[in-house]
Design a protein around this ligand. Structure first.
Ligand SMILES: C[S@@+](CC[C@H](N)C(=O)[O-])C[C@H]1O[C@@H](n2cnc3c(N)ncnc32)[C@H](O)[C@@H]1O
Length: 315
């Protein structure tokens, strides 16, 4: 039995306290869900989006959640007096059978840069099976962004592991940290970026063929440093667009969300001059359900190319 962090309330607490996230969904749901609509909440978690759909006027909501957190959703629905409208179904979206097709699919399937939780595949499968031809999906487009960045905390970690603390060579920890994605909650600001951000890819959830969600997402980007500075990694984030022009993003310089920024380290912090070319190949490849591996290659100016991969295990 594999452990699924989404069965724990701790992760859901982060999401439920995320005002920016919740408000973006609340506004979009209020705009799209019409009186009498049938709604499907894919990966309902604690049921917050289902309840927002009820507030917007949904006649019936199918809240499908595969982990036992569905039990909390059941109690949330009861406490909000919505048992007659929300049906909590504790099952995987892959196998669930609904009595009817739906007008709207709502889902918060977003990882730190969008597709990295490997939930696009179940979303597109859900669309193809359960959405009415004229139905709507929230959000409708998700775009992944990347920029070379200075991350002071990452720099400090790496220096520490390589400083022989207590007389022990801990550089193996630094070497492995350089193969991991790091979650930065409250830093990486606009001024930490060393070049203008570039789009990696964009996903239109109406047009995207289901098979594409299982293929690697790849981007080859060339940046030119916009100032002198120090480069310690690649910062990534997403922008989600909803019908009606509502957006949700964890981009630097926007109100903080629980996602923060996901940062992909370089082996070592590198000094760059204004105009230095930074070439990046980035790939996110779906592995098991709910999980992706990431690979990134970086060439800074004339320095040798470096490769990193979360799928390498401990090297
Ligand atoms: C990011 S959480 C969002 C939870 C909730 N909708 C919210 O907005 O707070 C994604 C949820 O989808 C669930 N999930 C992932 N894949 C699923 C699948 N194939 N079928 C049903 N639930 C799934 C996870 O267990 C998790 O609770």
């Amino acid at each position: 039995v594999t452990f699924d962090p989404y069965q724990q309330l701790s992760l859901h607490r982060w999401m439920l306290r995320d005002h920016v996230r919740n408000e973006a969904y609340r506004r979009a749901i209020a705009e799209v869900v019409k009186q009498g609509d049938i709604v499907l909440d894919m990966g309902a978690g604690t049921g917050i989006l289902s309840l927002l759909a009820v507030t917007a006027g949904a006649r019936r909501v199918y809240a499908v959640e595969r982990t036992r957190i569905a039990e909390v959703a059941r109690r949330m629905v009861k406490k909000n007096g919505a048992e007659d409208r929300v049906r909590i179904i504790e099952e995987d979206m892959e196998t669930v059978v609904l009595p009817e097709k739906v007008d709207v699919i709502v889902s918060e399937w977003l990882g730190g840069f969008g597709v990295d939780e490997n939930l696009l595949a179940p979303l597109l499968m859900t669309r193809d099976r359960w959405l009415k031809p004229s139905g709507k999906i929230l959000p409708e487009r998700v775009t992944a962004w990347l920029a070379p960045a200075w991350d002071g905390e990452l720099d400090e970690y790496m220096r520490f592991w390589r400083s022989r603390p207590h007389g022990i060579d801990m550089s193996a920890v630094a070497d492995n940290t350089a193969q991991e994605l790091l979650l930065c909650r409250n830093h990486i600001r606009d001024e930490d970026l060393l070049a203008d951000p570039r789009q990696m890819w964009t996903t239109d959830v109406y047009a995207c063929p289901a098979e594409e969600a299982d293929r690697p997402f790849q981007a080859s980007l060339t940046f030119s440093a916009s100032r002198d500075g120090k480069l310690s990694g690649l910062a990534t984030w997403f922008q989600a667009d909803f019908f009606g022009g509502h957006t949700l993003t964890n981009a630097p310089g926007t109100p903080e969300t629980h996602w923060g920024r996901y940062v992909f380290p370089l082996d070592r912090t590198v000094k760059v001059d204004k105009g230095t070319t930074i070439e990046v190949d980035f790939a996110c490849y779906p592995s098991v359900p709910g999980c992706c591996e990431m690979g990134w290659s970086v060439k800074v100016g004339n320095r040798p190319l470096e490769h990193h991969d979360t799928g390498k295990g401990y090297v």
